[in-house]
Design a binder for this molecule. Structure first.
Ligand code: GAL
Length: 702
């Protein structure tokens, strides 16, 4: 190639590059009715997927399933304490690769909504704040405080610059059409007085100073500062009225609810969720986001608190492992297709025809005293758990139960003459993440610590000399969970200790064949942390059972939903199975390490796979019913009825009339296939029922 042709090739490449990047730049704005993209009003149906709650290997398939489910956008928060765990040391690797995640959204042709916060709530440890932030002298969080604002500005600028440099804002050809600053500040602003008002104006100024070329939102912020869009969060937002000139948008439609240790499993029915969405659009809504569409897993010690479990399944349309949660996923899909097919009408007309009325912080506090024989030991603590030892011997463990996280530890102890050593091990299970001034809530032993003797004798140990240590040696110093440290220590091969506190266990196992998600069944163990090949898969606490009250086996979707409705899992371990993403595994010789805190029996531990077992679907006359075993095969139709069947998945019952051959028709169409789609119509299922609004209900086995 001569110089002249080389020059021509280069010029063409440069020209193509510019044409390419500019032709995809979008003009995102809004009017009083809707968000507009290149001047066209849009209906946005979005779903939250938090990138650190799954793995990069899972992202493409999760996003694809969201798209197939009728979504045209994905939302995520940005998690400050994950990205800056140590002051000015940043981590954007592996499942913290924000840019890779946004690119994966772009690759599927979906829009993205980036909620930067950097306060996020999200049942995430300390609401996303790094703990080092708390220790900066003169800091006050989420208010008009220069020290805090400088740190918030530093992190927010870093994220905005990173995303801008990668061309990820829609104004530069990327998928991001909206960005959020702060999170639900309006819910707590009252508590910060005028300083709070100055702060939220400062947030708006900061956001606008970035000139990102797409609008900024503030959720739950009535009377938002100039230039900010206020949006609604909640179970229902059809009654929400944004400020004048702003379209009606719903940033968090809670598709279910999160789970706490010792709690039952929440469910929000597909019917209630779908009806809430339909009503929202009927009442002029233009953007709604499922919180969560895929909840995922709280790996490591990221869960907030107190007591947020490791699973963050959320009863979302995609379950913790990324499988379709049916009938929710399919039911919503039908609705999304319908709503999006009406984009033109909805964005231009006014339609209102319905009325309706661990981090586990462990501190050792060691002290010496010279008492006579005194009982008992009393410790006031706001830590979530406490293990007490006298002269190196464990005397008692106690942990918070029933929603209160402050408790008085009490134990009878025997002391010897002379110097005695009291050691207290305080355990935190997720730092608070919500509420006004939540960052100031104290965790750990705040005292007093007293010894109570006979004849009302009291010795207050407040003023004694205490020393403390943070962390667990085997985790923080020796890193016993790492593959490379596997032989750095002598592991006992015989006489496996059971029911002993603070024991490290390790074993190796073969990865189960196939692609189905892998879980560890840890029933039989107490409480602790588990690692697979060095990856922290989260806290485990299978010994914490939910109580026996309030499970609603015949969940009635009618009426207003709240997270105390439709519970399951009474009298069962609040989390028995723990997700091990496939990408954490190698073909053979996988190393599992457990740090058992309470004592249990690892002999019963099982490595299992999750297969989609029973699938259900419902469709009303005129719609399509879709069944899918997600890679498996539909093997049997357990229930099928076209007419007026009653009940919900698992407890369908025949109604008073049905099409006689429903089961045979469904069997012919579906058995032996991975998925099938059937028209719910009298044409497919002839009958003489003469009913208005017939329904097809199917329960199948994969
Ligand atoms: C909202 C918050 C979310 C999440 C949700 C409950 O108030 O903005 O981050 O915590 O509650 O799951």
């Amino acid at each position: 190639m001569n110089d002249c042709s080389r020059f021509l090739v280069l010029t063409t490449i440069i020209l193509l590059y510019y044409c390419f990047s500019f032709s995809f730049a979008l003009d995102v704005s809004y009017d009083e009715k809707a968000l507009t993209i290149d001047g066209e009003r849009k209906i946005i149906i979005s779903g939250s997927i938090h990138y650190p709650r799954s793995t990069p290997e899972m992202w493409p398939s999760l996003i694809k399933k969201a798209k197939e489910g009728g979504l045209n956008a994905i939302e995520t928060y940005v998690f400050w304490n994950a990205h800056e765990p140590i002051y000015r040391q940043y981590d954007f690797s592996e499942n913290l690769d924000l840019v890779r995640f946004i690119r994966a959204i772009h690759d599927e042709g979906l829009y993205a909504i980036l909620r930067i916060g950097p306060y996020v709530c999200a049942e995430w440890n300390y609401g996303g704040f790094p703990v080092w932030l708390h220790n900066i002298p003169g800091i006050a969080f989420r208010t008009n405080n220069e020290v805090y604002e400088n740190e918030m500005k530093n992190f927010t600028t870093l994220i905005v610059d990173m995303v801008r440099d990668e061309g990820l804002f829609a104004s530069k050809g990327g998928p991001i059409i909206l960005a959020q600053i702060e999170n639900e500040y309006g819910n707590v602003m009252w508590s910060y007085g005028n300083e709070g008002k100055s702060y939220i104006n400062w947030c708006a100024d900061l956001a606008q100073s970035f000139h990102i070329g797409v609008p900024w939102i503030m959720c739950q912020q009535s009377n938002p500062p100039q230039g900010m869009i206020n949006t609604c969060n909640g179970w229902y937002c059809d009654g929400f009225h944004p400020s004048s000139g702003i379209p009606k948008m719903w940033t968090e439609n809670w598709s279910g609810w999160y789970k706490g240790w010792g709690q039952k499993t929440p469910h929000r029915t597909a019917e209630d969720l779908a009806f809430a969405v339909a009503r929202f659009f009927q009442y002029g809504g233009m953007l709604q986001n499922y919180y969560m569409y895929h909840g995922g897993t709280n790996f490591g010690r990221v869960s907030g608190g107190p007591y947020i479990a490791t699973t963050y399944d959320y009863d979302a349309p995609l379950d913790e492992y990324g499988n379709l949660n049916q009938p929710k996923w399919g039911h919503l899909k039908q609705l999304h297709l319908l709503i999006r097919s009406m984009e033109d009408i909805l964005t231009h007309a006014v339609i209102r025809n319905v009325e309706y009325g661990n981090m586990m912080t462990v501190s050792f506090i060691i002290m010496t005293i010279e008492p006579k024989k005194l009982i008992p030991l009393k410790v006031q603590t706001a830590g979530h758990g406490l293990h007490a030892f006298v002269n190196g011997k464990h005397v008692r463990s106690q942990w918070a139960k029933g929603g209160r996280y402050e408790f008085d530890f009490e134990s009878k102890i025997k002391m010897k003459n002379g110097t005695n050593l009291i050691s207290l091990l305080s355990v935190t299970v997720g730092l608070e993440n919500y509420g006004d001034h939540f960052d100031e809530i104290k965790n750990g032993i705040h005292g007093p610590v007293k010894l109570m003797g006979d004849n009302n004798q009291v010795k207050d140990l407040q003023n004694s000399t205490w020393t403390y240590k943070v962390g667990i040696h085997g985790i923080d110093k020796k890193k016993l969970y790492m593959r490379e440290n596997r032989y750095n220590r002598k592991w006992e091969l015989e006489n496996l200790p059971t029911d002993r506190m603070f024991v490290w266990y390790q074993t190796t196992f073969m990865a189960p064949m196939g692609d189905d998600p892998v879980v560890l069944d840890l029933l039989g163990l107490g409480k602790g942390i588990a690692w697979v090949n060095g990856h922290n898969i989260g806290r485990y606490w299978p010994s914490f059972f939910a109580d026996d009250n309030g499970c609603d086996y015949k969940c009635d979707y009618r009426g207003t939903y709240s997270n105390s409705k439709c519970l399951s899992g009474c009298n069962q371990s609040s989390q028995r199975w723990y997700h091990v993403p496939r990408s954490f595994l190698q073909d053979d010789d996988n190393l599992l390490v457990l740090f058992e805190e309470f004592g249990g029996n690892p002999a019963n531990l099982k490595i299992q796979t999750v297969t989609v077992g029973t699938i259900c679907a419902n469709a009303y006359e005129g719609n399509k019913l879709e069944l899918s075993c997600q890679g498996g095969t539909i093997s049997e139709i357990k229930f099928a009825s076209y007419g007026n069947p009653r009940g919900s998945c698992g407890s369908f019952e025949r109604g008073t009339c049905e099409s006689p051959n429903t089961t045979t028709i469904i069997e012919n169409a579906c058995v032996g296939k991975e998925s099938c789609v059937i028209d719910a119509s009298e044409f497919t299922f002839p009958n003489n029922c003469k009913l208005v609004g017939q329904r097809l209900a199917v329960e199948a086995i994969c």
